[in-house]
Design a protein around this ligand. Structure first.
Ligand SMILES: [Zn+2]
Ligand SMILES: [Zn+2]
Ligand SMILES: [Zn+2]
Length: 270
């Protein structure tokens, strides 16, 4: 069956274009230089779920005409990854169900503190709020037939995770925010069909990998196909694409990647 990855947000925390910036990338006519904040939509058969709910979540769901979100997985508690969480309540209504949220225990605890009005039962004043069952991950979980394993990474000083996704013999690694991948996490990233990794800009940054660091790390991981994500306005899509080794690509909002074992290939649309 295979796994479909839809990249709904591929930009850094301020997005691209940035407010008040007239640089060539922020004013570029290339739609691939327009980047919302990080959100990955994962589809497996009839099931689908998201990784992170950024401030752009509502527009991302509308633009992709998404009708079903079986679960939310969180990577970390930075604003650019969580502040669209309230909009999940439309899916409570559509699906008539409580929706589980997954993540490392310390991440989910902070998300719940920030959204302290969100829980499993509707408000007693009749106001509608998201109905969420918080499910701290102490071991891998399976959702929609996809086995999800936490990938602890360094992201400046913030606790942060990526996810390993496995289904139908296919293996995908997704790490959107990261300054360094510990050896214990690298050990989980063998034999990958697709690896997605943070590459903020050309210059080094204390809490994100720069392009050179990311490319070196991706070469070490050696996935069949690798993708750069969480990009700032220093990076022009066309220029960066031309600078990458074979089988390394630059993500853009709207990119769909289908990963399946049958053709031993990852197809791209758009
Ligand atoms: Zn981020
Ligand atoms: Zn700019
Ligand atoms: Zn972050």
């Amino acid at each position: 069956m295979g796994l479909e990855l839809r990249f709904l947000g591929t930009g850094t925390s301020v997005g691209v274009p940035m407010i008040g910036c007239d640089c060539p990338v922020c004013t570029s006519p290339d739609p691939r230089n327009r980047r919302r904040r990080s959100c990955l939509f994962v589809k497996h058969g009839d099931g689908s779920f998201v990784v992170d709910t950024p401030p752009d979540f509502r527009e991302q769901m509308l633009e992709e005409r998404i009708r079903r979100v079986d679960a939310v997985f969180f990577t970390h508690v930075h604003a650019d990854h969580i502040f669209g969480f309230d909009d999940i309540r439309r899916f409570n209504t559509i699906q008539n169900s409580v929706i589980p949220a997954y993540g490392a225990p310390e991440i989910l605890r902070r998300v719940h503190e920030i959204f302290d009005y969100i829980g499993e039962i509707p408000g007693d004043n009749g106001l509608f709020r998201p109905l969420i069952r918080f499910c701290p991950m102490t071991e891998p979980v399976e959702v929609d037939g996809v086995l999800m394993t936490l990938l602890p990474v360094e992201h400046g000083g913030a606790p942060c995770y990526g996810y390993l996704m496995e289904a139908d013999g296919v293996r995908v690694g997704y790490i959107s925010d990261c300054s360094r991948i510990p050896e214990s996490t690298l050990a989980l990233l063998g034999d990958l069909d697709v690896m997605v990794l943070d590459a903020l800009r050309y210059r080094p940054h204390p809490s994100h990998m720069c392009v050179a660091e990311s490319v070196a790390c991706l070469e070490k991981i050696g996935a069949k196909r690798s993708y750069l994500i969480h990009l700032c306005h220093d990076l022009d899509h066309g220029k960066l694409s031309g600078e990458l080794p074979e089988n390394m690509f630059v993500t853009y909002d709207g990119l769909r990647v289908t990963v399946d074992r049958e053709g031993e290939s990852a197809g791209e649309e758009q």
